[in-house]
Design a protein around this ligand. Structure first.
Ligand code: SAM
Length: 224
């Protein structure tokens, strides 16, 4: 099957900037206590269930995968960019990192306690989001959590707005629109954190961290 152009372009773009990206993103991440807050909640929820494996999809150079480990979560990283995966393996020897696609994860049904997608859906055109969310639902155990972070579009419509990201064409998404798509995929919103536009000096976009849960087949929430 032929690969869609946006994936080829995104891979080529991240491959070419991987080492530069790895240098600055660590500092950015360390300076973001609000991002850490949602990751801590996510890690606590994973640990409070049966523990279990977490996939960091679109992991880039692996800094968040490693942070999850420091929070007591067994995580592995997946990214479409071989250069990013090479850097992640070099920086975090002994941890698991794989080249792969987030809409075709090489894990079994209901095999993951959690999925983290930190700013990795931003290069996916809006019409392809349902495939990705269906994949997240497939791999999560009932009661498992997804933490999805992205640049937000401040309004219910349209679902997305394209913008000129430095690395490759990107989209910012409506939090309500994304929450609705996730619900259709069987992932129910648990909480969201919206970081004010003023906190993003570069573009002035709000950032959203959306925490959702795969419900049990009966639709009942699982109490940790
Ligand atoms: C903006 S970076 C975010 C990296 C890291 N998660 C972070 O928060 O710093 C987006 C990453 O997602 C990866 N990515 C984009 N689309 C992907 C896809 N369809 N499957 C897997 N990885 C993807 C890119 O290669 C890139 O490393």
């Amino acid at each position: 099957m032929t690969e869609p152009d946006f994936l080829t372009a995104t891979r080529a773009a991240y491959d070419s900037v991987a080492s530069h990206y790895a240098e600055f993103v660590g500092d950015w991440f360390c300076a973001s206590p609000l991002n850490h807050a949602m990751l801590s909640v996510f890690a606590e929820l994973v640990r409070a269930g049966d523990g279990g494996l977490v996939a960091d999809v679109g992991c880039g150079p692996g800094h968040i995968t490693a942070h999850l480990h420091s929070l007591g979560v067994t995580a592995f990283g997946v990214d479409l960019s071989p250069e990013m995966i090479a850097l992640a393996r070099e920086a975090h020897p002994g941890m698991r990192f794989e080249v792969g696609l987030m809409d075709a994860l090489e894990v079994g049904d209901a095999s993951l306690a959690g999925v983290l997608s930190s700013y990795s859906i931003i290069h996916t055109p809006p019409e392809r989001l349902p495939e990705i969310f269906a994949e997240f639902h497939r791999v999560l155990v009932p009661g498992g959590h997804l933490l999805l972070s992205f640049q937000a579009y401040d309004g219910p419509d349209p679902l997305s707005e394209a913008y000129d990201h430095k690395v490759s064409l990107a989209y910012r998404y409506s939090p309500d629109g994304v929450a609705e798509l996730l619900l259709k995929a069987g992932l129910t919103e648990v909480a969201r954190l919206v970081i004010a536009p003023g906190e993003d000096p570069q573009r002035g976009f709000p950032q959203v961290h959306l925490l959702t849960r795969r419900e049990t087949s009966s639709g009942d929430a699982v109490v940790a």
